[in-house]
Design a protein around this ligand. Sequence first.
Ligand code: PLP
Length: 422
Amino acid sequence: MILLGMDGFSQKYERYVIPTYGRFDLDLVRGSGTHVWDVQGRNYLDFGGGIAVCSLGHAHPLVTEAVSRQAATLVHTSNLYRTGPQAELAQRLVEITGPGKVFFCNSGAEANEGLIKLTRKFGSATGRFGMITFKNSFHGRTMAGISATGQEKVKLGFAPLLEGFAHAELGNIASVREAMTPQTAAVLVEPVQGEGGIHIGSAQFLRELRAFCDENDLLLLFDEVQCGLGRTGDLCGWKSIAQDVQPDGVSWAKGIANGFPLGAFWVATRPLSDGGLLCDLLGPGTHGTTYGGNPVSCVAGLAVLDVIQAENLLENVLTMGARLTDALRSMILSTGLENATVRGLGLIIGLELPVGLPVGFAARDLVLALQEEGLLVIPAGDRVVRFLPPLNVSADEIDAAVEIVRRTVPRVYSSTAAAQNA
Ligand code: PLP
């Protein structure tokens, strides 16, 4: 048992943990539903959900029960053998997404890594290996992930990157055409960009991408690591935008297993010119992972899908998402922040602060001030504050969060603006 002092973990982190994260000064010890508690016993309303991970909130009893039962039965076997939970979850994901097959890994970066390897294998017969991704996108922190990501800051100091990635503009099909080379084999897009600040690809754009990929024999791949499996109000996040578009591959992680490490990618049953199927292209010996799809994470994934269905949570996402979005919009109007914007789909919502902010009023400053008032939210870049509460968040919790935002934003804004003008 780890004995905790009231002074938290900061000294040990400083001394023993590699400092890759700009962490907040907060030591968490317990969670329940939409609440977490710090080492001093202070309660916070958690509208970050571990960055869109805790779809059912913390310590959901059905996840706890499923995981405890599985932990007492069989934790790990490697992928040399079959297990029931992996088979069940693969079937459920195929039923949700469409005819195809699933590979399980441990994280979002690995899920995208798999789609990138699929692209290479798909293109290898015709000498193609390139991938078009988008500016402001985020696809993970592995070398392939940062090569695919359309943000310079993640690449600094890590050259040489993987070859073959070009970044077009989300929403601009002409820029996609320009980015195409004879080596291009796929387009990878987040239907809703999360880390980049909640930017939504339009229905027309997703349709244009599908047509462009069909015309040029490219794979259309959706990174649904952050926006997938219910967060937008549809288990297929892109269907919240365009019901009629069907991708060739999809990656997931984050919300898939409520916090248990699990990632996955789905590949369509698309016929290939050699008579094979795309979903069988990564054959024995081409790809693998020791932990991926372990039975404990997979039963957590099954519990998440069961609860979303049994408790009709997709409808809750739409209702609560509208309630939060409307309340944030009226908050903006009543607090002198008219040039701020609120955008989102379901419960992936961004509040974008206006340009020309007073010093001390960037997204991170506001996130810190909200944390001091008892609300956890997540910054995305300098100007966007993300709200990612659990899919089962209640109306009272939304109202409580909005109340904190309503009293904190004007206070921070007016004090930083006054300091700037002094
Ligand atoms: N793809 C998207 C869209 C993400 O938002 C993230 C993480 O934020 C990733 C991939 C990487 O996932 P992970 O951190 O699990 O590797």
